[in-house]
Design a protein. Structure first.
Lengths: 357, 357, 357, 357
């Protein structure tokens, strides 16, 4: 269950403080130019330590391609990538190895498996998302070849919500803010939380443009369903909305339907998806992240043998996981769309005839 | 892609106005008592025409089991169920067969497949959910055998949101209202929308209790991820939240973490899921449904050849799909949990030894 | 685990003496003309009772399409087909309900599931193959549209092996004999076995012509691997060979390699498959079937509680399952190839560009 | 399509002359002692250069575990293993980079993907099987914990077929010969083929003992079907037989059925499988390998642009791939059985109750 996707797939491995983490990307069509510099640059966007709003854990996140690429192009065979771990301060975790950190997966891993790699959360660490970003970069390369573009940014930090969505601006913002008028307030909210030994939640907007009509597989691998799983499966995500999302539930049909003209849809409340398939408009997804569960305040918890104790964390943690989460959202959307691009082929006989006749 | 689940699976078929619809449920452990009366009663809860808040289309929704049950018990072989369509007024759809109804899947089906069964939305009709409810009923029977119970109800209709969650009350409410103090207002909101030839959105709360710790498969078939896909994949769903959901994104870590005592978690903001696995508390999911796209007002649209026209619908439609949607939410949660119950077996060597030694 | 294939899939249900059996065929491209007469004719080729060399159980095997076809064409939605059982003489099985018939699946079903539908073998009956043939017929229709043709015939009955492979002749032979010079001897071998209250094994040759180069997915869904599973999974199959098969193991490389000229391969010892992918030559598969385990002689066996007893069968059984098995071999090969046709799409960027640009 | 198995899965990557090859093994139950020495010893059994009957390519085949093991035990997270390539003489392949070697996958890879890594066959090289053996070693560790044991040996080389099956003897034989009386003749057959710049085929017998009754999933993931795919998917395999295999097709039912006594089956012609499930007897599989396609004689072939030419190979190749293939057969059988052990859990309610109550 460490494989994501059905035809364009990513299988990942690795723990926060183990030897290495990485992935095997399978289903990549042969003949795609694999730009290693781009893959590394995507990892660099995700890696921690770029500003004082992020954990100070320093990871070079240097990726190596082990297979599947020959003379700069994909060969159709699986592309394996590995990132060796460097800055492993396992000692930091000695104090927590016998207790369950509130809000973390310690409790559930322990109960499910009867064993856990307690160093930095092991497999449940957000560090695992580096593998997703590497795989997502390859998906982006494939999607780029047919004009699909994916972008993201921070919509809200805590209760500070931006009003406009400037994805270009977000690219240079240290917190990926979509609205420059709210950026300062959002940064302050993060700083304040951190200074108070606390953390804070945030919301990410992710969009895809240039998406052909008809991507998404009814009935049980709909585009919106797959995006919901992709986003909800990111560490700390607690809610996913498509288009108007939860707000749609408060509206009338006459307000929520997108009328159609000969120029296309007159609005995009649907978020680019109808009946589980892309309708040609921008795909719009909002992902809500809870605050980082690692906080530097005393919290009630229990040990593995059930004794009550106090959890006092040390270590290095992002005060707001949503910020770097936005890069992961892009990767997950790219993986979903790449899979849907492949799966859609063969939806009608016309496709079969184009390829085989 | 008409199969849901990985080990406890449901494969469905059928169009709104075709011959029949149904499903094959696979992976059901042998020896489960299959209570056909219960399956039928679940279908009866979902079927339309029970009140004047629902479409008047009358469907007996009489289910027949074709296989997989012998002398009242499951045999481990696939259980096929079929529901023949009865009240097919295909004529109602003649006027829409060449145009795309706003908010519907007509446009995307046509573009993806180059052909569509326009009668009642064909495969994209909410009628398909009858098959899900039948399969979900079998999942509920299996879950019941180990003490897992699933319930749902209406949290909000449009902007009318209840404050309390009384799942027992919801069972007898015609709109499955969770808060009897808001039920009248919610009914009025539906009635008013209908009388104004419009429709209205709504939100459904679904919970599971008695869930063992550790259900859910990291990394890419997490319990929350799978529930998100399950719920978002229901017709008209536009947002899914786990536990506090979107609200978590506005909180501090110190507010959002659930402390742990020797009695268990001191709160359940997580909605019963940590690290993608059940933590033993109630699983809590909120699903937001857009208003029924079928409204009886004139709407701008285009025909298959791109000409602008006016869409004027006739026919029979629920003014608020969320109401009957709640039954489907229960079915989908049951299917996810049944799958996770099976998949979790073998997570540790202790399981292997219990079965094979 | 009652689903076969990955993209072009068949999910089957049904027991020998249950209400009905059938299948859901998913992944069929939209716009394929669904010739119901052809599907029925394939079922008629498989159905028993056509000659006195087959069981006298009379099954109309009348198939009904329940979904997925609109105005004569596939719509891209799942095609469900059902065949109701008619000639159910369950009484015949009363004498065997508490014992395990040698060579049958009774013993393993009972041990795995703790329950079994003993009537006619239940799910393990060869009757289940009717569903495969129905699904295979749709696969054949799709393959036919791009020039792929599948044929089969009987190579050997017991030790009587034909020398030539005349697939046209096999079509009109009551035992699907490939070599008319051996047909009589083969018929006699069957008749003799039957008259001696015994049964006899046989071998089936199945070929596909017109197969494009490159079908088959390395590494673990190779064309030869998938065909091996498909054929070995047919009731009573005990060996599968590709091309020269087991004989290849006795040869030198200089004898076994197929040289290549500008006109193509100079021989076809490979059976049309290299590296798990079709090479453009005819795909050649031999499937060996054991003799029908149901024989009308006394056999040692035990009852469910372990007591030794004698098994004396009544009922109606083919003396040689290989004969009707040949029709099932065709269906399975068609299903594999249809799946591979779909899966191969997207193997190179050129495909992506053909569909999306 | 580089993933094998459904619950206990192996996903592999790597080319013959690329940077590295390896695998991710997923679904391993937590708490299994991972004996790295054993894994390495399995790789050492497979690695080339142990005798002058094998390619002289020297590969240390030194495996490193990158994840999924903590303090010597599996944690339930994916176990990644990597083997870096060392002895890469890519120059050897310059002469073949533009032509298709007869009997090899060059032709099909080129046609399917439009690009190929010609160095040593790239992905299609038997070198890929090192990853399978590493994964298979973990499967063996898990199976060993419940008493399942897998062994293999050479039954025949060319036409020299042994009469007895001494698996203990095979372990110390340089060609894994099962019958010491035929070992010398078999070795001579290999030596002669090699000295004549040719190669030779061979047949491998693989057995599993201690297998619980009921492993295997009807209908389309039967134990025999899965084993057939597993074995046929090994490089150069051309035929797979279960139990008596092809010989069964020549027998009468009265000869082929295994009678049952209170002591168990009185014979094992079925090869331990009935109805696609293990019956408690030894699982017996014969796999037939064609001769190594790489021979050092001139062969007719064509270049990528279709021109006729002569293929004259250099390099280092096993004269008989069946010999080292036997180790791969063990690995594949182990992977299939490990998967079936996990999948079988939940086949009856009794299992559910054992784990969850």
């Amino acid at each position: 269950m460490n494989t994501f996707g059905k035809k364009f797939t990513m299988t990942t491995f690795g723990e926060s403080h183990g030897v290495a983490l990485g992935c095997i990307v399978d289903g990549v069509p042969a003949g795609l130019t694999i730009d290693e510099t781009f893959i590394q640059s995507e990892l660099d966007r995700r890696k921690p330590g770029k500003s004082n709003l992020e954990t100070k854990r320093k990871e070079g996140d240097k990726v190596s391609i082990l297979s599947g690429v020959f003379e700069g192009k994909s060969t159709g065979t699986p592309i394996a990538m590995v990132i060796y771990n460097e800055d492993q301060k396992s000692k930091d975790y000695d104090s927590v190895k016998d207790l369950f950190r509130p809000g973390h997966a310690d409790f559930t891993y322990w109960n499910k498996y009867g064993i856990r790699d307690y160093r930095g959360g092991g497999r449940s660490s957000a560090r695992e998302t580096a593998a997703r970003v590497a795989a997502g970069a390859i998906a982006k390369l494939m999607l780029g070849a047919i004009g699909i573009n994916i972008q993201s940014g921070i919509k809200a930090i805590g209760e500070i919500e931006g009003k406009t969505n400037d994805f270009e601006y977000a690219k240079s913002s240290p917190i990926h803010a979509l609205d420059k008028n709210y950026e300062d307030k959002q940064i302050k909210a993060v700083t304040l939380a951190r200074d108070e030994h606390d953390s804070i939640g945030g919301s990410v907007l992710t969009i895809a443009t240039g998406v052909p009509i008809g991507l998404g597989q009814p009935m049980y691998y709909k585009l919106d369903g797959a995006l919901a799983e992709a986003m909800m499966g990111i560490n700390a995500a607690k809610a996913v909305e498509i288009g108007e999302g939860a707000k749609s539930a408060t509206l009338r049909g006459s307000q929520n339907n997108d009328p159609i003209s000969s120029q296309g849809f007159e609005s995009n409340k649907a978020g680019g998806i109808l009946g589980g398939m892309s309708n040609g408009d921008a795909i719009i997804v909002t992902t809500h992240f809870k605050p980082t569960p690692s906080i530097f305040q005393e919290q009630h918890t229990i040990t593995k043998d059930g004794t009550e104790t106090i959890c006092s964390l040390k270590g290095r943690h992002d005060p707001c996981v949503a910020i770097r989460g936005s890069i992961v959202c892009e990767a997950m959307m790219a993986l979903v769309l790449a899979d849907m691009v492949l799966l859609n082929m063969g939806s009608k006989m016309e496709h079969i005839e184009k390829i085989y006749r």
